[in-house]
Write a new protein. Structure first.
Length: 206
């Protein structure tokens, strides 16, 4: 039983439990106004373990499943017993950090809510891209695109959508979770930059 599987199990159980208990759902969801007014800082964490629907839950956990195992294994190989600690920091702190811009933007808006593991999942995915930049990632699970290219497109898209009002998705969480994943990975593994550059130098698109 790896930490990745435990996180998936806890997220599934928390989401199912919250769906059946509306009071819990509203207590755990990320509401910046409640955080600011009533000092309910726990929402930074609890909101990352509940989801709005089966599809939302499936998409996040499906993505997490495919990338988390590689990162957890890589961390364990590089850092031994500290690997689990670093992995948990990458994921859990990624959830927290990704919601800070949302908190600052909406702390005076009682009607704004967000939830989901997207910030933590983005942290894992972008850590993976640093270690394996030329490995193909599959857009819509169908179209193969090298990780560093898809990552760049994802950052541009999230930044653009985060500054628009076209939908209710918290694109800021995606963006800042991704950035945290990059920064944290570079901090614990400074040589990853030279590794990343070396991998790109050997890359040929065709």
């Amino acid at each position: 039983m790896t930490v990745s599987y435990i996180i998936i199990a806890v997220t599934l159980l928390a989401s199912f439990y919250a769906w059946k208990n509306h009071d819990i759902f509203h207590k755990w969801i990320f509401n910046p106004y409640q955080v600011s007014t009533n000092k309910q800082y726990y929402r930074f964490i609890t909101s990352g373990f509940i989801h709005s629907s089966y599809m939302h839950l499936f998409f996040n956990m499906f993505t997490f499943y495919f990338f988390s195992r590689a990162i957890e294994s890589t961390f364990n190989q590089l850092y031994g017993s500290l690997g689990i600690v670093y992995f948990l920091i990458l994921y859990v702190v990624g959830i927290i950090v990704s919601d800070i811009p949302t908190f600052l933007r909406h702390r005076n808006n009682p009607g704004y809510n967000s939830l989901g593991a997207s910030g933590g999942v983005s942290s894992i995915v972008f850590s993976y891209i640093l270690f394996f930049p030329t490995e193909n990632l599959y857009l819509f699970a169908l179209i193969p695109i090298p990780g560093f290219i898809l990552g760049l497109l994802f950052v541009i898209y999230s930044y653009y959508k985060g500054n628009s009002t076209g939908d209710k998705i918290n694109h800021d969480a995606h963006l800042y979770g991704a950035l945290f994943g990059l920064v944290f990975t570079i901090i614990i593994e400074p040589n990853i930059i030279s590794h990343f550059i070396e991998q790109l130098s050997e890359f040929a698109l065709f």
